[in-house]
Design a protein. Structure first.
Length: 325
């Protein structure tokens, strides 16, 4: 086996979290099949130290190429050449629009099989198998690859970032002639994908609000004060977003974002499967709901049955008091 190649998005000297998760996942699975995980970085100014630091996440080698940052087509050019020249068996990408675009482009360019929205990767008989939810995330299927390269594109935050690698990665510069159309687009400005002020995907503490809040004002009166007291951010279910109670940028679930905070506090959320798939990777899940039969209690670490309109204000005040105001 030749190994697994991953793309790492960076901006102003910092690596994207989902990209690092893909590197970590690739490193783990490469060990399972007796191969190595390599990474690709594309940009105008990428220091040796920055590139070498990917070794901390498990990459043994980093290919460094010149090109515009944050655009898909130049990366498709670079990765397609590297995969073809070095006979990589798999290419792996973290979640996000850019990962989807690059992965699909590489698959089309090289005729590889592609699996999107992957939540887990495993090794079977010396090959990689991708797990992907189907049927509104009610079932999970295993996807194998007959030919090369196999393209694996993860769901947002599906791959955990791990810094268990050893030492610096080897850095090798590669000169790739970009296609004429690859340099037609230019980056004008950079912002959060869906226009939100807070990126809930990176938050360690999240307060999620559902229909149980009763009205749109419930977010301002209950969820936001609690999130402020905890030092976290506010998230929402699809139902309340569709109702116009809260911005789409805060939506968690199958058609929203996938999060993995240290604490997810669910207020008035029933816990339908479409929402569960977006937040089940949280380290600790606490649910407050007046319906003792709500599905969320089946996977919550702590469940409180009661009126959140009475419980949440008291909880918020208790947290403020604990923090000294």
């Amino acid at each position: 086996m030749s190994g697994i190649l991953t793309y790492v998005l960076h901006y102003e000297g910092e690596f994207n979290k989902n990209s690092l998760g893909a590197v970590s996942e690739a490193a783990k699975r490469a060990k399972d099949v007796g191969a190595e995980a390599h990474a690709v970085v594309v940009g105008e100014e990428i220091s040796d130290d920055l590139a070498k630091s990917l070794g901390k996440y498990g990459a043994t080698k980093v290919w460094r190429a010149k090109g515009p940052e944050g655009l898909a087509q130049p990366v498709v050019d670079v990765m397609s050449k590297l995969i073809a020249d070095n006979d990589y068996d798999y290419a792996m990408f973290g979640g996000g629009l850019l990962g989807f675009e690059i992965g699909a482009g590489v698959a089309a360019r090289l005729g590889g099989g592609v699996t999107m929205e992957v939540t887990q990767v495993k090794a079977q008989d010396g090959k990689l198998v991708a797990e992907r939810p189907i049927l509104q995330d009610s079932q999970v299927v295993d996807v194998g690859y007959k030919g090369k390269p196999g393209i694996i594109i993860g769901r947002l935050n599906a791959f955990e970032v791990s810094d268990e690698g050893s030492g610096d990665a080897e850095v090798a510069d590669v000169d790739v002639e970009l296609s004429p159309w690859s340099t037609k687009a230019t980056m004008r400005t950079r912002g959060e994908q869906r226009g939100g002020d807070v990126n809930i995907e990176d938050a360690d503490l999240l307060v999620g609000g559902g229909r149980g809040l009763g009205k749109a004002e419930g977010f301002k009166e209950l969820a936001e004060p609690l999130a402020d007291a905890l030092g976290g951010a506010v998230a929402a279910t699809r139902a309340v977003v569709d109702a116009g109670w809260y911005p789409y940028a805060a939506q968690i679930g199958q058609t929203g974002k996938t999060v993995a905070p240290k604490l997810y506090l669910a207020l008035g959320i029933s816990g339908a499967i479409q929402h569960k798939v977006g937040m089940q990777s949280a380290e600790n899940i606490v649910a407050i709901n007046k319906d003792q039969n709500a599905p969320i209690f089946e996977f919550a670490d702590l469940g409180v049955v009661g009126d959140l309109h009475k419980i949440v204000p008291k909880l918020t005040e208790a947290i403020k008091a604990k923090k000294g105001g």
